[in-house]
Design a protein around this ligand. Sequence first.
Ligand code: C2O
Ligand code: CU
Length: 424
Amino acid sequence: MQSQSKAVEYLLEANEFNWEIAPGKTVKAWGFNNQLPGPVLRAQRGETLSVKVKNNLTEPTIIHWHGIRLPAAMDGTGGVQKPIEPGEEFEYKFIVPDAGTFWYHSHYNETVQLERGMYGALIVEDKTDPVFDGEKVIMIDDMKLTADLEFTKPSWSLPRLIERHDGRQGDTLLINGKEDPTINIHAGQAERWRFINSSSARYFKLYLGGKTFRIIGTDGGLIEKPVAVTEALITPGERLDIAVGAFEEGETFNLNALSYNRSTFLRSKTETFAKVHVLKAKSSVAMIPETLRVIEPLAPQDAPVQRKVKLSVGPSLKNGLDFLVNNDTHVNDKPVKVGELQVWEINNVSLMDHPFHLHGFFFQVLEINGKAPEYKAWKDTINLTPRTKVKIAWMPDDRPGKWMYHCHIVEHHAAGMMANFDVI
Ligand code: C2O
Ligand code: CU
């Protein structure tokens, strides 16, 4: 099978380079092919993707393919591969089995490498995708910079401890690596906007100046039916595909993140990430069907729980303040068997939000605090608000090896809120 499918080849060179986030405002970024975000990689569902990663940095790196159901050896974590040393390269090669909005990012020294820009989008298209007049990939990020536009360095200071607690949230707001960009769309047209939250810790509550938009997809591709909303939360690691338009010529509005209180020391407020300008009218060929996809339930809502995963913040045996899975840091969880349906309860007993991410497999959310979710979807990242229990179901298909789950606030992941487990 693998040898017969068409291969799409890319080269990603990890470099340090000067990146202008706004006119006259340049940072020393780390990223791929001297651009931030890295290039958008595209393939058709079922194709083989081959990506050579050349590391020109002064420290090792590893690249993770967030949301792709690939073989364990290609997952890009320290559990399955040796870091790519400076001057070395590694070829990632795998089939992309699902259409949707995915991304790649550093999975090594993430609190530094992801923050500096080591991420990009991976878009997998399918012939049966709904037809739009245009498409935009929109990567959300923020940087925490000093007045001299330097990335702040770790030190044992109070701000540093707060950063460890809350995750690193900066006030340099970026869309596709730029501060305050303008996004254009033609009047009368409908576009697919694919959002990816690549920030370390920012909770992005999307708001388009009160305009209604339709959610059409999330982590694992299309959802069942478009859902019309005026705001939608996108937490770190998550994706959200929306249909926007049609708008009227001359309209302008902001692309905002509404205030979201994730129970941290940070004060939350509404912030503007970009402006949207509606240009002169053009004819439309967009066709968004009523039913986008059928999602068969993996398990009934009342399926018995087989495994409990508790997320908490508190003292561990090893350290002082830690971010814990089942009362420990950097956990080795029990193996799961190929073909045995998994029903897990993730219980956030802490007083802060955590976006839970499972590598390599999509899950369905059966319930959130006892209630079915608003719509059916395939997910790989789900936010847990404080004192929330989420029940998920997922199927370990025939891809044995070492996998992991963790909180996608990268500082929490680094502080221990993660587990490895084997699929056997
Ligand atoms: Cu997007 Cu282990 O991460
Ligand atoms: Cu967390």
